[in-house]
Design a binder for this molecule. Structure first.
Ligand SMILES: NC(=O)c1ccc[n+]([C@@H]2O[C@H](COP(=O)([O-])OP(=O)(O)OC[C@H]3O[C@@H](n4cnc5c(N)ncnc54)[C@H](OP(=O)(O)O)[C@@H]3O)[C@@H](O)[C@H]2O)c1
Length: 289
């Protein structure tokens, strides 16, 4: 496939680019310095010249708290960005896959959120992501939305790799015990994104690792144990005790009705993904030592 990937400098974008290149795809990977998805004219020009079969949008302004104090920037990237890509993809006759978030839900449901649940975003970031989904679908019929959550993997700013590094330096790390999600290993997400691209089915997917989900504290302690770290510096806290500008859903566990209906094999359990990830980062630490 000839795939144009935006946000290629980020966690998901980089993992996906590497994965598709390994499988022999023709990958046109653009980080923010080469393609700003908020810039309509640039998006149009680059997509028209690249003539991709598929555009996969991994770009987003993911600073959830930062979005609260700069709603205009958040809107430009997370809401208008997917719309710009949808218009350019429509003009180039390409499929668009754009990634969204479990934060579109308010977290009041017990159990898993599926495509049958109505979103009710709590933050500026989440509202813009939901609007980005809608604008993209409205603009280009050949749009697939992929919601995911709790993504971990190599590269990018993610909770786990910084937690391991900080604990090793003897610093304290806080982890929330009463917020639940379904973790998603970026390598597994990349695999499924490519499969979804091959399906070329407009619609809405929820893509996460299988299992019953977990909370941040459990997730962090499992990761630290796997990395051979001392848990004494892991401080378990409650969501209510952490003061942050953006509210987060207490429960954002996802399940995908569409993948099940299509017979797509469930992704491995998140604990399997976590073990692979920890092995990956610890072998990197040993190699660099
Ligand atoms: N990580 C998670 O737990 C999680 C959970 C749910 C959903 N998601 C979604 O998954 C997708 C990928 O996120 P990620 O985890 O890979 O986040 P990430 O590591 O922050 O990557 C996002 C990338 O987008 C880039 N970007 C920001 N503004 C841009 C713009 N105007 N034009 C082009 N690129 C821009 C960022 O560049 P700079 O760093 O230079 O700004 C960054 O490289 C996003 O849609 C996110 O909403 C992530």
């Amino acid at each position: 496939m000839r795939i144009l990937i935006t946000g290629a400098g980020g966690l998901v974008g980089r993992t996906l680019s590497d994965y598709c290149i390994r499988l022999g795809d023709e990958v046109l990977a653009y980080d923010r310095s080469r393609l700003d998805i908020a810039n309509e004219a640039q998006v149009e020009l680059i997509v028209a010249e690249a003539k991709p079969e598929v555009v996969i949008n991994c770009a987003a302004w993911t600073d959830v708290d930062g979005c609260e104090s700069d709603a205009a920037r958040c809107k430009a990237v997370n809401e208008v960005g997917p719309e710009n890509l949808a218009r350019a993809s429509r003009n180039a006759d390409a499929l668009l896959i754009t990634i969204s978030t479990d934060y579109v839900f308010d977290g009041t449901k017990e159990g898993f959120y599926t495509q049958r649940d109505n979103p009710n975003p709590l933050s500026v970031y989440a509202r813009a992501k939901l609007e980005g989904e809608r604008r993209a679908q409205y603009t280009h019929a050949r749009t697939t939305i992929v919601r995911t959550g709790f993504v971990f993997g190599r590269g990018g700013k993610n909770f786990l790799s910084t937690a391991v590094d900080r604990i090793r330096r003897g610093e304290k790390v806080k982890a929330i015990a009463n917020a639940w999600g379904t973790p998603t290993y970026a390598n597994h997400l990349a695999r499924r994104l490519r499969e979804v691209a091959q399906l070329d089915l407009p619609g809405l997917f929820h893509i996460v690792n299988s299992g019953n989900g977990t909370n941040y504290a459990d997730f962090a302690s499992k990761a630290l144990q796997l990395a051979g770290c001392d848990l004494a510096n892991l401080e378990v806290v409650l969501l209510e005790s952490v003061s942050r500008p953006a509210p987060r859903p207490k429960n954002s566990r996802l399940r995908c009705l569409l993948s099940d209906a299509l017979g797509l094999e469930r992704l491995p359990n998140w604990e399997e993904g976590l073990a692979q990830f920890v092995q990956d980062i610890t072998s990197k630490i040993h190699t660099n030592a």
